[in-house]
Design a binder for this molecule. Sequence first.
Ligand SMILES: Nc1nc2c(ncn2[C@@H]2O[C@H](COP(=O)(O)OP(=O)(O)O)[C@@H](O)[C@H]2O)c(=O)[nH]1
Ligand SMILES: [Mg+2]
Length: 391
Amino acid sequence: MFESLKKKLSGTIGKISEKISKEEAEEAEKSAVEDVTTGKTLKSELEGSTTSKGFKESTATSKESTATENIKKPAKEEGPEKTLKEDEEEELEPSEEEKSGLFSFVRHKTISEKDVDDILFELEMSLLEGDVAMEVSEQIIKTVKEDLVGRKIKRRSDVAEFTKDALKKAISDILSIDSKSIKELIAERRKEGEPLKIMFVGINGSGKTTTISKIADYFLRNGYTPVIAASDTFRAGAIEQITHHADKIGIKIIKHKKGADPAAVAFDAVQHAQAQKKDLVLVDTAGRMQTNVNLMDEMKKIKRVISPDLIIFVGDALTGNDAVEQARKFDDAVGVDGIILTKADADAKGGAALSIGYVIQKPILFLGTGQSYGDIMEFHPDWMVEQVFGE
Ligand SMILES: Nc1nc2c(ncn2[C@@H]2O[C@H](COP(=O)(O)OP(=O)(O)O)[C@@H](O)[C@H]2O)c(=O)[nH]1
Ligand SMILES: [Mg+2]
């Protein structure tokens, strides 16, 4: 899940660290040269004398032995200079830790806009390619930049850590939208002796019917009593499909004939739940295109008739930006309270998961992760952050 998003983020961390380390190393080298100018002069003088000594030595061996005596003298005289040279070399030599780069100490480096601008721009483009909504990519880049620029680095390893933390925080902020869980909402309605009414909306094929079956199964296994309303009376085979699931799970389904009024089916299901003291009404609906006026009118009518407690938009994660746009349209038309993203199991990009909640400012409640009833998980922002930054 979200592999490509994960790769992009870790790539950015690597690039920023690399760039700043390189810059710092260059600066350090420059100032090191300035610092040791005196040392360097001594060194070259010394090197010069060594060379001449070597020369003298070779001439000495070829000529007379007295010359050998002579050249030994200056060698002795070089004594104090040699010590100086050794001291200098000790200072220039990096420690083992410094050599490894990771723990080396950086002198006075502060992260500047110039250090991060290009790389963050690259990340922004790459997020857009990965179907992250424009406003979300912009927000991530903006917060990361604000967080990083001006930070003082003490060790090279700080850069990667700061960048990772800044990205994590930006993404966590994007995903954090307060919400009550369905269980909490059921408990609240129970106190009033009423079922919780949930209406599922979304375009054809996004996974509404499958998701309703998963939710029904999940709540049944957790001791609740769900009932399904087969309010997709439009698509051929829709009533049969959801009836098949209800029978398999072992719960009640309220249905009319194909072509019947979807609002009337939903109304009957609510009455059934009230009469039987059931906890949860799950209303399946028909999905055509989000631009279809009739469909939106149909959704509005169901909403008017049963006053659902929750309207959940079901979107296909694989459709990326389209899912986000659909969510916007349904939110404008009927008001969405929460989101379920399906097919997350096959989604490498993570663009819709990252963007959809932020764009309509509603929480993602669940992720669909496969085609079996058990393939559904509650969505938690921390979990997603861990997915994209974990090992
Ligand atoms: N891999 C995967 N497939 C899913 C998931 N949810 C739904 N599907 C598949 O998506 C297709 C359409 O689902 P359906 O529930 O009929 O969509 P609806 O038209 O919105 O009711 C079916 O083949 C489902 O099995 C999911 O979380 N993961
Ligand atoms: Mg359906």
